[in-house]
Design a protein around this ligand. Structure first.
Ligand SMILES: Nc1ncnc2c1ncn2[C@@H]1O[C@H](COP(=O)(O)OP(=O)(O)OP(=O)(O)O)[C@@H](O)[C@H]1O
Ligand SMILES: [Mg+2]
Length: 496
């Protein structure tokens, strides 16, 4: 060991000697080159090697940088002496980080490695497609040359895995939005995020318990299904279509799904996306273990002037939204389908697509076919089993807490009243300080609604939930978001 230090000291002495000679002999421009050359020689003899992990790799964010930061923050608070502390807006967790130029030592598989956080000021920008951060940040990993293969193969994978685990466990999950349109922030992200705090869970969701259990089982199977999807050659993704009247819990269901699986949510505002390539970029920037949501998909469809301009007979190339200007600034249905189904949909894994609509009959069947939307979930008006959940949630009431006569009346009227869980919640919240009053007022409201429905003829009288969807699938063009070109247009096409 002593010998080693002696030889290192003499090598450094030689380097210093050469440097002073260089300063005397060489002009300044050659000095830099010669120093680089000497440092190469030094590294050649050194038993260490170094890896730089920069925050931004070209134009993209370096996932490894983020992973290292999260991984180190999990134990840096115990080992480090000078730390940087951060807390995101609305976040409930404080994050520890290494300060500028500070080092920390870690061990993996009996091997010791050293991490250094390097922050340097970026030179003033002359021209850039997008503003870059003022600082250039990165980690330098220092390891012994002989440990290179262990560290590069196992340690970095371990860090990625560990950081994902930590992120899921400690960090608030995030709700992302693309409200900024397609523009990127200084770190190259098209999505903005806030901590996701929606309290809805499957316990609080009022719906038929069997249906609820079926959905929960399906989600669990999906989340645990890595090997199944791999074995069967399927992309590890799943699509759910939630449809039903307003206030029946579609958005609450999405929140419950995210809370159940511990996934982030990417809430895609389709009207902010200008064309297919922007849509693809947004998709590429979503992370694994996430739910990608398009709410009210029928309302994202802009039919203005579509008949005149869009003459394609192919339903999959019709315009979905945006202003048409020769095809460059529109999203086509095929673009949307590729988003959920095509090759690009497989960049990343373990992702769930959820579309919601109040009018399933307005959707193009291409969107509904299985493989795209694997499960169609009808969120219905409040049924008796769902009412029981609401009474438990808001009043703490079980069936046994209710008078048998009231119970019978509720059972009798609940379906006829066709009230949404949102309507019922309103009555219960308003009277929650007096439980008895809450129940009687709810019963009265239900009776009035049921009577009204009897008089006017309920829109649902002649069709069951499933029938509604079947009808929509059988004659999708009526009122569809993707109408057939009219006869005149068809003739024009044929003349060409
Ligand atoms: N099934 C349900 N279980 C529990 N609460 C519900 C349910 N449906 C609605 N609610 C209550 O009503 C409110 C509105 O529900 P939500 O936003 O989930 O409805 P939605 O179906 O998404 O409506 P829209 O079609 O207008 O988007 C929620 O805040 C929730 O408290
Ligand atoms: Mg909603």
């Amino acid at each position: 060991m002593k010998e080693y230090w002696n030889s290192l000291a003499s090598l450094l002495g030689v380097l210093a000697f050469f440097q002073s000679i260089l300063q005397l002999v060489f002009p300044p421009e050659l000095r830099l080159l010669s120093l680089k050359f000497l440092s190469r020689i030094f590294h050649l003899f050194s038993s260490y090697c170094y890896f730089d992990i920069t925050e931004i790799d070209g134009v993209n964010t370096n996932e490894l940088y983020n992973a290292v930061q999260i991984y180190l923050s999990s134990f840096v608070s115990l080992k480090g002496s000078r730390l940087s502390l951060t807390r995101a807006l609305n976040s409930s967790a404080t994050t520890f980080g290494l300060s500028n130029n500070d080092c920390i030592v870690d061990t993996f598989g009996g091997v010791t490695v050293s991490w250094k956080h390097v922050v340097i000021q970026r030179q003033s920008q002359t021209f850039a497609w997008r503003p870059l951060p003022e600082e250039k940040r990165g980690f330098t990993l220092k390891i012994k040359k002989k440990d290179k293969s262990l560290i590069l193969h196992s340690y970095l994978d371990y860090i990625m895995e560990k950081s994902n685990e930590i992120r899921r466990k400690n960090e608030d999950r995030l709700l992302y939005t693309n409200s900024r349109g397609g523009s990127l922030d200084s770190r190259g992200h098209p999505w903005e995020s806030v901590p996701f705090k929606h309290p809805s869970t499957f316990d609080t969701l009022a719906m038929n318990p069997d249906k609820k259990q079926e959905i929960m089982d399906d989600l669990k199977d999906f989340a645990d299904g890595q090997s199944f999807y791999h074995k069967t050659g399927r992309a590890w993704k799943r699509g759910y279509l939630l449809y039903g009247p307003p206030g029946t819990g579609k958005s609450s269901m999405i929140a419950a799904m995210a809370n159940y699986l511990n996934y982030d949510i990417f809430d895609l505002e389709l009207t902010e996306v200008h064309n297919n390539s922007e849509l693809r970029k947004l998709l590429m920037k979503t992370s694994s273990k996430s739910i990608i949501v398009i709410e009210d998909i029928d309302c994202s469809v802009n039919l203005t002037n579509r008949k005149k301009k869009n003459k394609s007979n192919d339903p999959e190339t019709r315009c979905v939204s945006g202003v048409e200007d020769g095809g460059n600034s529109t999203i086509t249905l095929s673009g949307l389908l590729n988003f959920t189904d095509g090759l690009w949909s497989c960049c990343g894994s373990e992702r769930i697509f959820v579309f919601t609509t109040n009018h399933v009959e307005k959707l193009d069947p291409a969107l509904l076919r299985s493989g795209r939307m694997d499960m169609h979930i009808y969120m219905s008006y409040c049924s008796y089993p769902a009412l029981k959940i609401l009474l438990k949630n808001y009043l703490g009431y079980d069936e046994t807490d209710l008078d048998s006569d009231v119970l019978n009346q509720l059972t009798d009227v609940v379906d006829k009243a066709e009230m949404t869980p949102a309507d019922i919640s309103e009555v219960l919240i308003k009277n929650r300080s007096c439980k008895h009053k809450a129940v009687t007022e709810l019963l009265d409201t239900m009776k009035i609604r049921a009577e009204g429905n009897m008089k006017c003829g309920s829109p649902r009288e002649n069709s069951s939930d499933e029938e509604q969807e079947k009808r929509a699938l059988e004659c999708p063009k009526e009122g569809s978001g993707f109408e057939q070109p009219c006869k005149e247009e068809e003739n024009e096409e044929m003349m060409k």
